[in-house]
Ligand binder design. Structure first.
Ligand SMILES: Cc1cc2nc3c(=O)[nH]c(=O)nc-3n(C[C@H](O)[C@H](O)[C@H](O)COP(=O)(O)OP(=O)(O)OC[C@H]3O[C@@H](n4cnc5c(N)ncnc54)[C@H](O)[C@@H]3O)c2cc1C
Length: 336
């Protein structure tokens, strides 16, 4: 059913190009003062009915807090395609939030990618985070281009931009992407995505603010024009030592030793980690990182929520008047 709709949409309108009136992410990031910055959150498509209810509870809490935008991930190999399109569409149609849809190139032909963009456009979504994606199953495994697809994200940026009036963001990597042989290579190809028409980037999760600052410096030195585009840091409040270790393994990133030591101490020596203590330490760490990022002039703070509002809400509450809401520029006061 969805395929038919997408097909007709693409056949009917691709040549004319889509026109949109929704604000861009860059518009939403602008307009504050130097001491208060906007925040945004990342959701994932829910797997079942219970997860869907949890997502919507989080959505309603964040609606009150007023993020600049919310993003919705896209499962490996298109595994969540229909759910990502449906739920992102509902966010656009049934909430006051500005959604950004993730789109990856894995296992998709160019025709299918065009269809996906058409499906988003049909639901009033014009902000797209363009990604190459990772091989399904093993993110660090061998990358195989679809025979009729694209090899790199910058090609997909161009494709989306050519289809119409879309606002495109891309991924950036404070520690360098795990497939980049060195940071110069990484900088060159991040810049290629920005030159292809991306307006901003969102970083991979990191835990050393210095890595973010060095990324910003590298892009600015390599190409000052592209370096002026916002690099939005992605923050994950840690709530479990086991989960963060697993995540670091899958992404090829690192948890600095002094932070790991704090979390290990909090976890205690029992057979199970002390989740409440780890969570409290994780909120402290995220708050400290955010404070430094605000001081260093980050354009916004993008939080991975795992579809829960509470941990991110606590960090925002502790940041208080440093955070701007999209709706009325009021500082965050309380979370539900
Ligand atoms: C904020 C964020 C959100 C994400 N959301 C999702 C999601 O929803 N779903 C999902 O599956 N994954 C997601 N990812 C993960 C992402 O898909 C992977 O990290 C993927 O491995 C890299 O994608 P990319 O778009 O950066 O790829 P690219 O920009 O194509 O880069 C991939 C590698 O190729 C190199 N490269 C690029 N162009 C060239 C070239 N012309 N010649 C030689 N080398 C080149 C780059 O330096 C890099 O090492 C997300 C990542 C981030 C940071």
């Amino acid at each position: 059913m969805l395929d038919d709709v997408i097909f007709d949409t693409v056949r009917g309108r691709a040549s004319a190009g889509w026109r949109t009136t929704t604000p861009s992410i860059v518009d939403r990031l602008r307009g504050g003062d130097d001491t208060r910055i906007p925040f945004s959150v990342e959701f994932s498509p829910p797997r079942d009915e219970a997860a869907e209810q949890r997502l919507w509870r989080a959505v309603r809490v964040f609606e009150r807090l007023g993020p600049a935008f919310v993003s919705m991930t896209y499962g490996a190999g298109g595994s969540t395609r229909d759910r990502t399109v449906r739920v992102t569409g509902q966010l656009a149609e049934e909430t006051t939030l500005l959604p950004v849809a993730h789109l990856t190139a894995v296992d998709h032909s160019i025709d299918e990618l065009r269809s996906m963009v058409g499906a988003y456009a049909d639901r009033g979504i014009s902000n797209i985070l363009v990604l190459r994606g990772d091989p399904p199953g093993d993110p660090l495994g061998e990358w195989r281009r679809h025979p009729e697809g694209v090899e790199y994200a910058h090609e997909l940026v161009r494709l989306v931009r050519d289809l119409g009036d879309f606002h495109v963001g891309v991924a950036s990597f404070p520690e360098g992407h795990h497939r980049s042989p060195d940071l110069d290579h990484d900088t060159r190809y991040l810049t290629a995505k920005l030159r292809a028409g991306a307006e901003y980037s969102i970083t991979q999760v990191f835990f050393d603010v210095e890595d973010y600052l060095r990324l910003r410096d590298r892009v600015a030195a390599f190409d000052p024009e592209q370096g002026a585009k916002p690099i939005v840091p992605e923050i994950m409040p840690i709530t479990s030592l086991r989960s963060v270790r697993r995540m670091m393994e899958l992404s090829g990133s690192r948890l600095p030793r002094h932070l790991e030591e704090r979390l290990v101490r909090a976890a205690g020596s029992g057979p199970e980690e002390d989740r409440a203590a780890v969570r409290a330490e994780g909120i402290d760490i995220a708050t400290e990182m955010c404070e430094r990022l605000v001081d260093e002039g980050a354009p916004g703070l993008h939080f991975i929520t795992l579809n829960f509002a509470r941990a991110t809400g606590e960090v925002l509450e502790r940041l208080g008047g440093r955070i701007r809401t999209a709706a009325d520029s009021a500082p965050v006061r309380s979370v539900g």
